[in-house]
Structure formats: C-alpha cells, structure tokens
Design a protein around this ligand. Structure first.
Ligand SMILES: Cc1ncc(COP(=O)(O)O)c(C=O)c1O
Length: 455
C-alpha cells in the first residue's frame, strides 16, 4: 500500500461550507448533552459533531472538513482509519472477536514484534484495553516486583482516573474535578523540572537538574517510610502542555532510582509509539526504564494498551495475572500489530523527526514575533505553545488560550486546548505542507487575540 493513501482526502484542507460548529452539529450536541454528562472542556468550548475521518481529515455532520492537529486525543497517530489497521481489525471482527487470554495467531505475532522493537530486555508483556487499566496493572506489578508499596509521582503528571492511577496524577481543584480526598496512602508527589518555569536554577539562570534530584533523595529519606516501589512519571508531560524535562533529568533520576533500588516506571501511554520520533520517549535520553505502559497510539484508535516490564521481572507479572475480559482480544492485537508494522513500513519515525524539526523552527520563529507567546516546546509531534500576559512575569494567559483554541477551530483546525498552553498532536503521517497550514491557522488566531487584548 502506498504511504500516500491519505493525500486524496487531505486535498483542500481545511474546507468550510457553513459557520462552525454548523447547525446540524449544534442540534446533535444539544441532544447528546441532555443525557451525557461530564463532557471535556474541549467539547464544551467547541461543540462540533464529527461523522467521518480519513488520514489527517475530519468531517463534521454539516460537511465541513477540518485539518486534524489532535489525532483524536493523541490516539489516531497514523491517521484516521489507516487502511491497514482498519482491515486488520475488520478481519478479526469477522473471524474471532474474543478468546479470553488464550493464545491466538495474531497475539503470537504481536508479542514477537513488541519484544523486537523495545530496547534492552523489556519483553514481559500484558495487554489491557485502556491506559488507566495498564497504569493500575503497572502499580500492582511494581508492588509485586519490589514487595514495597510507596510511589512517587510529579505535579502536573497525568496517569488516569481510577484510584491507583489518580493517586499518581495531578489533582484538580475547583468544580471541574472534585473527587474528594482520593490520593491513596503511600502515594506522594514532587515537583519535576519545567525548563520554562524552573523551581531551582544554577547561577547562570538555567534549570538545575541536580537540585531536583537532591530534593528527591532527601524526600526518599525523610518523606517516605523507606518502602518506595517506583517513581511513576510521564517521559514528557502531555496533558500539562507538552513539557519536556532537561536532557540530563532521566539519566540522573535513573541513577538515583538504582541507588535506592527503586523502579523507574515510564508511563508512555501518551508519548510512546512514535509520537516523539522514538518508540519510547526515554530512548532520546538513553534510559531504559524498568516498567513501561503504552496506550493511545498503540492501536491507532482501537482500544488496546500494554504493560511491559524487564524480562527479569516477568515472574512478578505471573503474580498479578494477565487475565481481563477484553485485554489482548484478537481485534486489539491485530490493531496494535498493524500499527507497529505501519510505523516501520512507512518510515514514520523518520517523518516525525524531520517534520518535528520543521514544527520547532516555525514555533521558535512565532515565539520571537508574538508578545503573548512565552514559550514553545516539543519533540517530534508532541508540541505546545505557552501563552503569557507578559514575557517577563510569565503570568499564564488562560483567557487567550481559550480564545485561540476556539478561533483556530472555527477556521478549520481540529485540536486540543489546555488552558494557557496550546497543545498540538497532529497525526504522524503529516508532511510539512499541512504542518505549515495548521501553524498558519494557529498564528492567525493568536494575532487576532493579541489585537483584541490590545498588544
Ligand atoms: C500518560 C497517561 N497515562 C494514562 C492515561 C489514561 O489513559 P486512558 O484515558 O486510555 O485510560 C492517559 C490519558 O490521557 C495519559 O495521558
């Protein structure tokens, strides 16, 4: 199959034939929201109703065609309805949908494929059907491996919303997410380095990674009962706004973990499987974690996720059991296997690196030219623009974030808001031409907002 399969449906993007959201979208959204509660801010701010997707194109019920800068929500990374993935799912949907956790031919192939692409001896695997379930399994696995029960995570990390996962995740204040006192006992959080907003800096003003690591060491000694099973971290903070740590952070953290016999659990549900130009984001920094989880892009839209630990910890996975109703069903294995094969066959990692560099050049130029862009960040196709009221004070500009999101969407860019940090996660098949088009729309929206606020 040609790797240009998506170009036909991308022609002329974006193409708007009504105001957006259009009249049919509005009615369908109202009908749905009458019953469906707790919709995300993304939907509430732009209540469009989609009915079709192909490659980098999303079509709404009014016939408007959007350029996709969201991949669903970091999910359809190879483009909507990649023919190879859809065909693989449909084959098994017609042959065998579920066989509990028995071996199937497609599961056998997927296991071999995963063990082949992952670094080091990361090859003891379990399959689940959402990211949160894989995170929960990772927490159980860390306990089973170490016989310890404490966990350290970081402010503004996100790992899911069930009790174990949310205990490692940022707690939300205010009316949006008032879960009550949900952090389970033994789960702690520490600050992690954000190069734009460093808590500790060296005398030359750059971020001081060692100060963070030293604080963690003190915390392990003073703030825990000495039973820390794992550090639980996203390799780069996705939900928080594509925040990447300094280059030396993970290598130094791994050394600290090894010193205290603490596992490094790398939650790659959002960033893994190619989004940053590597199978594993930690590959960028030469670090092999002890535990990894994959989700989102893993099945390109089909719900399939994975927990992977180092071979020597495989025995512990026996203790937590691999069985779940849907985990590793034949359709799920087919989607994951086909997605990995597509990444290899279409040279997706190389595209992500090349077009990712182009994105960063364009973003850096925008930062120089716009008074409300405080920082731009990213690697590969995991990108962010941080809006501030003032470049010196760095005061977050939430209102501008909301307006830019809505304006760009209205102009035909389907994407993801996150308060004052605009997040971008285009499908990994995108070329420079469409990358540039999307950035033009965003820049236009930012310029309009700047004018409205008198900059
Ligand atoms: C890093 C990370 N871990 C876990 C999850 C939870 O995944 P899911 O929504 O599939 O349950 C997410 C979801 O956004 C995530 O970003």
């Amino acid at each position: 199959m040609s790797k240009d399969w998506w170009r036909e449906s991308a022609k002329g993007l974006p193409e708007l034939i009504t105001e957006t959201p259009g009249p049919k979208s509005k009615v369908m959204h109202v009908n749905t929201a009458r019953y469906m509660k707790g919709l995300s801010g993304q939907v509430k701010l732009f209540p469009v109703c989609f009915e079709e997707g192909s490659g980098i194109m999303l079509k709404d019920v009014d016939g408007n065609r959007y350029l996709d800068f969201s991949s669903g929500i970091y999910v359809t990374s190879l483009g909507h309805c990649h023919p190879k993935v859809s065909e693989a799912v449909s084959y098994w949907a017609n042959k065998l949908m579920n066989a509990h956790d028995f071996t199937t031919p497609v599961k056998e192939k997927l296991m071999e494929k995963m063990a082949g692409i992952l670094p080091g001896n990361l090859n003891a695997i379990q399959l689940y059907s959402d990211g949160t379930a894989a995170v929960e399994a990772a927490i159980r696995a860390a306990r089973a491996i170490t016989n310890k029960h404490e966990f350290i995570s970081a402010y503004r990390d996100f790992h899911g919303k069930t009790l174990g996962a949310v205990s490692c995740a940022q707690m939300y204040r205010g009316e949006t997410y008032s879960y009550g006192p949900t952090r389970a006992a033994g789960f702690y959080m520490v600050p992690r380095p954000d190069p734009y907003r460093p808590l500790w800096t060296k005398t030359n003003g750059t971020i001081d990674t060692d100060a963070y690591i030293n604080f963690y060491e003190t915390f392990i000694k003073e703030g825990t009962v000495g039973n820390v099973a794992a550090f639980v971290l996203e390799p780069a903070q996705g939900w928080a706004g594509s925040i990447f740590p300094p280059e030396d952070f993970f290598p130094k953290l791994k050394q600290l973990c090894d010193k205290y016999k603490i596992l490094l659990y790398d939650d790659e549900v959002l960033a893994g499987m190619g989004r940053t130009g590597e199978w594993l984001t930690l590959n960028h920094w030469g670090v092999i974690p002890d535990i990894v989880t994959f989700g989102k892009s893993f099945g390109n839209g089909f719900p399939v996720t994975a927990l992977v630990v180092k071979e020597e910890y495989g025995e512990a996975l026996e203790k937590i059991s691999a069985s779940s109703s849907y985990g590793g069903n034949p359709m799920a294995c087919a989607a994951a296997l086909a997605s990995i094969e597509v990444i290899e066959e279409e040279d997706i990692l190389e595209n992500v690196r090349t077009v990712g560099d182009f994105f960063m050049k364009r973003l850096n130029k925008m930062k120089e030219e716009h008074p409300i862009i405080g920082d731009v960040k990213g690697k590969g196709f995991l990108l962010g623009i941080e809006l501030v009221k003032d470049k010196i004070t760095k005061e977050p500009f939430e209102q501008a974030g909301t307006l830019v999101y809505q304006k760009a969407f209205r102009k035909g860019l389907a994407w993801i808001p996150a308060g004052h940090i605009l997040r971008m996660s285009p499908p990994l098949i995108m070329d420079e031409y469409y990358a540039n088009k999307g950035m033009d729309i965003i820049e236009e929206a930012i310029t309009e907002v700047e004018k409205e606020f008198g900059y």
